[in-house]
Ligand binder design. Sequence first.
Ligand SMILES: NC(=O)c1ccc[n+]([C@@H]2O[C@H](COP(=O)([O-])OP(=O)(O)OC[C@H]3O[C@@H](n4cnc5c(N)ncnc54)[C@H](OP(=O)(O)O)[C@@H]3O)[C@@H](O)[C@H]2O)c1
Length: 427
Amino acid sequence: MNERPITVGLLGCGVVGSGVVQLLTEHAEAIATRVGAPVRLGPVAVRDPQRARDVDLEQLTDDPFAVIADPEVDVVVEVIGGIEPARTLVHRAIDSGRSVVTANKELIANHGPELKALAGEKGARLEYEAAVAGGIPIIKPLRESLAGDRIRRVLGILNGTTNFILTRMAEEQMSFQDALAEAQGLGYAEADPSADVDGHDAASKAAILASLAFDAEVLAEHVHREGIRAVTSTDIDHAARMGYAVKLLGIAEEVDGSINARVHPALVPRTHPLASVRESFNAVFTEGDASGELMFYGRGAGSLPTASAMLGDIVTAARALRAGERPNGQTVTTKPIRPFEEVDVQSYVLLDVADAPGVLAEVASTFGAHGVSIKSVWQEGRADHAQLLLITHRAREAALQATLTDLRGLGSVRDIASVMRVEGEEL
Ligand SMILES: NC(=O)c1ccc[n+]([C@@H]2O[C@H](COP(=O)([O-])OP(=O)(O)OC[C@H]3O[C@@H](n4cnc5c(N)ncnc54)[C@H](OP(=O)(O)O)[C@@H]3O)[C@@H](O)[C@H]2O)c1
């Protein structure tokens, strides 16, 4: 093969970056065959070049701008993470006409539109398969394989840490705190776990999925977000007895021309494929007019799974370079974002009530007064009080909130112990 090699400049060489180096080296021959030219590693920027690393690196620098300025570099791979300096670096790389491959969900979910527009203008590629669900191919399927279909809804288990915690709570009857401590001990969760457990990470990914599925500009700030801190083992037990698993879902829907994107814990029927996604695995479930239901399942994080997705992007960018393609960028439509209060959702409500005659009727009529119809009710007596578990039909979120306000005013309702949504059942 006498083709000029394509040179990759790497920004960051931590968990994912070292996986990229490993795969670029180990799979060099196959990649060269697939691209039609060798793809070689060029300069690598890290914060501390003196630090010992698992991979051998020849051209190591602490100046990421030098990597971008290197005339040999054709494709820039960004695995530093966070917004700055990643945003400035990616912007500058694209501005100089280079294609960029990134795993940075935060960057794409907050600044994707401006970076995509610049890439379109400069004829460069911006690829980010690893930014959502790590090793699972979902960006290219949505952008390319399903480009001829109309996607109605995307549901995803997009955060492995929270799925691990919820699995432990369900299967080992652990409390949230104990399951979180185990996740931290295994290195799945950070010392400050809020990016995962408060749903920030999943919200970035939901924004990216919504943007792609509906050709729209959906940013992280448009995503309604609730984390899993309030989920208790009692909720999980009740859910299990009613035939549901509790999952933290990222949801993107287009209904009547407007988009809603949200992240919250949800009861998923045990028969739904997402209910069987355990431990730290991720999955994305799409519903399309023509393709029907599809599920993409696998490792949502980790050095090699994530690097595998990035290598696919590097091959895409390298092939485009070889073919002399100038991508034009994608047209993005302006679609309204529907606030969560205006979304129709099915809900699960757990109430502590007085164990007295007429309470159930009083509660039911409060739901009825706001047009929220009840699908099923379970009642459990506990000494002087009872627990009422209700599952509603789909109703406007604002109507549910108004119902909850009125329930708080009833003398017979001692506490609204829990409220969660039910997904994957009614449409
Ligand atoms: N980890 C995963 O499983 C996973 C999965 C999907 C997506 N991602 C995304 O991939 C990206 C990287 O994650 P990671 O887990 O690989 O992070 P990481 O292990 O913390 O690695 C970050 C790398 O960036 C370098 N760096 C930090 N600031 C820098 C600067 N100012 N200039 C140059 N280099 C700098 C660090 O240098 P030192 O090595 O010298 O500290 C390190 O090599 C993030 O956007 C993350 O969200 C990660």
